[in-house]
Design a protein around this ligand. Structure first.
Ligand SMILES: O=C(O)CNC(=O)[C@H](CS)NC(=O)CCC(=O)C(=O)O
Length: 272
């Protein structure tokens, strides 16, 4: 593993696949021009719309998103995370997996994760989320991709951030970097987003890379923003604020080593 720059992209995705991919490409280009070799896109980056529309278009979204990620990885010679998009379930036309995919600069997919924890929550602002009505829950612990140059990269998606046991499994398997791509609601995000991300970074002494959705997507759907990169001590290295853009920061193996020496809590685990 070497030192390198990573990017957490922030978008305001809409219920419009073509438009979102154009915007994603512009932001990837921006990240690469800042030197990023590892680029991450938020949950729902290629489509953020009503659940029914998402499922109806899932086949097209999945196919075009897959192609897009491979194309971007090869064109810009980057490793890229697509932080969550619907992939149809073979025997169930009503449901899709909320899927994150990691692609290397040769255009090969090296990790795929189906979101395990689904957001079925009545948020006190009046919005009701019933993700399980259109999403099939994944059943497996997220994969880790072991990159010679970029370190051990662990996957997860959004609401997973509230379930520390998932990240414990990743850190137990040696993860250096935890991806937490999200479309956090504006209401929960203002109080929980940063705290949860910092907690996952601190307790696992890992970098956290959290690309995010921001702003108004359609009707009353608002997300929190603040795509960020956090170091293993919990310090926020970059924060994209409220507007579409990119948070870039250095991922440094010496810093990882230093923090794990200063705070060896992973070695003091008793129950797991
Ligand atoms: O907002 C949208 O329209 C799109 N959001 C999503 O697709 C997903 C599933 S509904 N959002 C979350 O998991 C938010 C979690 C969250 O916000 C929390 O844990 O507080």
């Amino acid at each position: 593993m070497k030192s390198y720059l990573a990017a957490a992209i922030q978008m305001t995705s809409k219920p419009d696949l073509g438009k979102n991919l154009v915007e994603a490409e512009e932001l990837i280009d921006l990240a690469v021009r800042q030197g990023a070799e590892l680029v991450s896109l938020p949950e729902n980056f290629s489509f953020l719309g009503k659940e029914v529309d998402k499922v109806a278009q899932a086949k097209k979204i999945a196919a075009e998103t897959d192609l897009f990620l491979r194309k971007m990885a090869q064109r810009f010679q980057i490793t890229i995370l697509g932080g969550g998009f619907p992939v149809p379930v073979a025997d169930n036309p009503e449901k899709a997996y909320n899927t994150a995919v990691l692609v290397t600069p040769d255009g090969q997919e090296v990790a795929r994760y189906q979101k395990v924890h689904l957001f079925d929550v009545d948020v006190p602002d009046g919005n009701t989320y019933q993700e399980s009505s259109t999403v099939m829950a994944g059943k497996n612990v997220p994969p880790i991709y072991n990159s010679d140059t970029l370190g051990k990269l662990g996957l997860s998606i959004c609401y997973d951030v509230r379930f520390p046991e998932l990240y414990r499994q990743l850190s137990q398997q040696g993860a250096d970097v935890l991806f937490i791509p999200a479309a956090f609601t504006a209401f929960t995000g203002k109080d929980h987003w940063k705290v949860l991300l910092q907690a996952r970074a601190i307790e696992n002494t890992c970098y956290v890379i959290a690309p995010a959705q921001t702003g108004n997507h359609y009707e009353r759907r608002y997300t929190h923003g603040h795509a960020m990169i956090i170091d293993p001590w919990g310090a926020i290295l970059a924060d994209a604020g409220n507007a579409p853009g990119v948070a870039v920061a250095e991922i440094n193996p010496n810093r990882l080593k230093q923090v794990r020496q200063q705070m060896p809590s992973l070695q003091h685990r008793v129950f797991v």
